[in-house]
Design a protein. Structure first.
Length: 683
């Protein structure tokens, strides 16, 4: 329990229209909910959001950034979560505050439950407050009957003044069909601007302070009941639109969850905004080095599909994978008795899977003793085994419980803890709810031991900001067989996403560059065969590297080039990923200087004086260049090479934190550990 001097949860005042449940003599470090008279305050050491209680139908009064001593007062009060027009008070309202204690996948946090009724509709708003995080998240649940004319507002803030600068970021997945994953729109709001994207930053032009809104939902073009945009921006009024539900989704029998929202605050400068967002993102799933750090190998990248899969092949792959330095080996589609539509052996189907009870049992022709010999051999080599799994999509995942039981059985039988979830088509709220039930049951029955690799390469899937507590993201399929693997494309996608999505949550691929040279033009300087194998691996290091290949297909030169690099990377990957990893340099285009900075932090939003630079010189003629970093101007910085071809140096940052980096040849890289020896303006 926290020090008794920290803020206690204060619940003062009991309304005749509702109930208040307090936690007696309990506290959680710097998180609180205070209800006094008709005012509710929710916050921690960084942020406080103040509401007019309004019978539970909360209306924001102010938003306080404690770190930067900045408060925004509303100039017009609205019901923040609006299912109908107007601001009438709720009835039968209640407040319930709970400490949710730490588990293996989340830290301890404060849950603030607000419940109220509007006629035949009951509403539950679940606020989550994490220690030292400058953001407050909210999930919303509905039961009963929606009003005839429904409003569709997840959250809204209205502040005085017309001088806000707004940036909205739109994200795309379905990466089998999309190779431009991040776009943004910057505006000065006027009377009514409709914006698409999960994420919005709003900054006051006067002092540089601001707030962000995050819509916890799939990518915009994959959302349910999508109204065509996510935000309306009107001078100082910002509305988050789209609950992801239709009238028929709400019933009198069960609570239905809408999409969620997060409100955060930040100070002047882009770094403050990105650190505030990342502080929240790093909190929703606790990163466990032993569980979440991985160099996974999946053989599907060589396009044999299931033609080679059997026990001898997997045992050989493990031996060669161990020589390569992998930590995880995932058997993709084809290990199971049932045949999928992608089978190279005979055409299968995902329809009516559960008419065949052994569909998700190991194929006894390929694995006569089941998967135990594979698991045991993997463990003897220090490798964890993972499997591919495709839930039954028919009838909106109605067989979710059977799917969950199949995963649980594989975990209990073989202690397999990693499952790539593929093939999802979440086309309705029912399917959305059933997917959540599937994942929750797996977590509950395995004591949160199972990690999900959520495939976002096709279909309608959770994307980057939805259901992220269950594991990481399998980002893309790229193949030399079809000439679609270009290394700088892969780096570009990772680089663009890394500003807004923790890259350590993404699996990023490197392929066998010796295959399919004939699929590329002879004069194509960006063909994978023109890169060192070690460089291809290095492009993935800011993320979780994915060896998208068959190790038994690699030439001996591959192991010579990359084994020592991988083994040395494994020594520092956890420390590297614990930092806030953000893009630096120019956007990768095949000929740029580019890279990442991993910013060490003393607390979620306070940069420390150490970290890492990961620098790439793409195919250009410049042996040296200036790269702007996230370190302030005038700081003395010592850089020590850890991996790659860099040389040690100590210098002072220039304009925009720029440092001069050198690399001896095109398509080379260096990973440096840096330390700030003296802060800005100190000599």
């Amino acid at each position: 329990m926290s020090n008794p001097n920290v803020l206690l949860i204060l619940l003062i005042a009991l309304f005749s229209t509702g109930r208040v449940h307090a936690i007696s003599n309990s506290s959680i470090e710097n998180c609180y909910a205070q209800l006094e008279n008709d005012t509710l305050r929710i916050g921690n050491s960084c942020i406080e959001r103040t509401f007019l209680w309004n019978g539970g139908n909360l209306m924001t009064v102010s938003l306080l950034d404690k770190k930067h001593n900045n408060i925004l007062h509303t100039d017009a009060q609205h019901a923040d979560f609006a299912v109908e027009k107007g601001n009438r008070p709720g009835t039968a309202s209640s407040l319930n505050v709970q400490i949710i204690h730490e588990s293996s996948v989340h830290i301890t946090y404060l849950r603030v439950l607000v419940e109220y009724n509007l006629d035949d509709l009951s509403i539950r708003r679940e606020f989550r407050v994490y220690p030292d995080v400058p953001a407050i998240a909210c999930r919303n649940y509905l039961i009963g009957k929606l009003p005839d004319k429904m409003e569709n507002i997840l959250d809204q803030l209205s502040f005085p003044g017309k001088h806000f600068y707004v940036k909205c970021i739109n994200f795309h997945d379905a990466t089998d069909f999309c190779n431009n994953l991040v776009t943004s729109q910057s505006i000065i709001p006027y009377k009514h601007d409709e914006l698409r994207g999960n994420l919005l930053f709003a900054r006051r032009e006067v002092n540089g302070n601001g707030f962000f809104m995050l819509k916890e939902a799939p990518c915009s073009d994959k959302q349910l009941a999508y109204p065509g945009y996510d935000y309306i921006s009107e001078f100082g009024h910002t509305l988050l639109i789209g609950m992801g539900i239709e009238d028929s989704d709400i019933t009198p029998d069960d609570w239905t969850e809408t999409y969620g929202s997060v409100i955060g605050v930040f100070g002047p400068g882009e770094l403050s905004a990105l650190l505030s967002l990342r502080a929240y993102e790093k909190t929703i799933r606790k990163h466990d080095d032993r569980r979440d750090e991985m160099i996974m190998m999946n053989t599907w990248g060589d396009r044999s599909r299931d033609a080679k899969l059997d026990e001898p092949f997997c045992l050989a792959e493990l031996e060669y994978g161990s020589r390569l330095g992998i930590t995880h080996f995932q058997i993709d589609d084809g290990w199971q008795t049932g045949k999928s539509p992608a089978s190279a052996l005979r055409k299968g189907s995902f329809d009516n899977i559960w008419l065949t009870n052994d569909y998700w049992k190991p194929d006894r022709e390929k694995y006569p003793d089941g998967l135990a010999p594979i698991v045991n051999h993997a463990r003897s080599l220090g490798i964890e085994l993972g499997l591919w799994f495709n839930p039954s999509n028919q009838d909106n995942l109605t067989d979710w419980e059977k799917d969950a039981d199949a995963i649980i059985d594989l975990y209990q039988t073989y202690d397999i803890r990693y499952f790539k979830i593929d093939g999802l088509k979440v086309i309705s709220k029912t399917a959305d709810v059933n997917l959540r039930k599937l994942l929750e049951k797996v977590q509950r029955k395995t004591q949160e031991a199972v990690t999900i690799n959520m495939d976002v390469t096709a279909g309608i899937r959770p994307g980057y900001f939805y259901m992220g507590i269950y594991g990481n993201i399998f980002l893309e399929n790229r193949y030399t067989d079809f000439g679609t693997y270009f290394p700088f494309h892969t780096l570009r996608n990772l680089w663009q996403l890394s500003a807004y999505v923790p890259p350590e949550r993404l699996q990023i691929e490197f392929l066998n560059k010796w295959r399919n040279k004939d699929k590329y033009n002879e004069d194509d300087q960006f063909a994978p065969s023109n890169y060192d194998f070690s460089y291809l691996f290095a492009l993935t290091m800011a993320a979780q590297p994915l060896a998208w290949l068959e190790a038994t297909n690699l030439p001996e030169d591959a192991f010579t080039q990359v084994r020592d690099l991988i083994l040395n990377y494994r020594k520092i990957m956890a420390e590297f990923h614990r930092g806030v990893i953000l893009p630096i340099g120019n956007e990768p285009d095949g000929v740029a200087w580019t890279g990442f900075q991993s910013i060490g932090t003393d607390s979620p939003t306070n940069p420390s004086d150490y970290g890492f630079f990961l620098i790439y010189r793409e195919d250009n003629t410049e042996n040296q260049t200036l790269i702007s970093t996230w370190i302030p101007e005038g700081a003395r910085v010592q850089c020590t090479p850890v991996l790659g071809e860099g040389k040690p140096f100590t210098t002072k940052t220039g304009l925009k934190g720029s440092l001069a980096f050198s690399l001896p040849r095109p398509n080379s890289f260096a990973l440096y550990r840096y330390e700030i020896k003296s802060p800005p303006n100190i000599r």
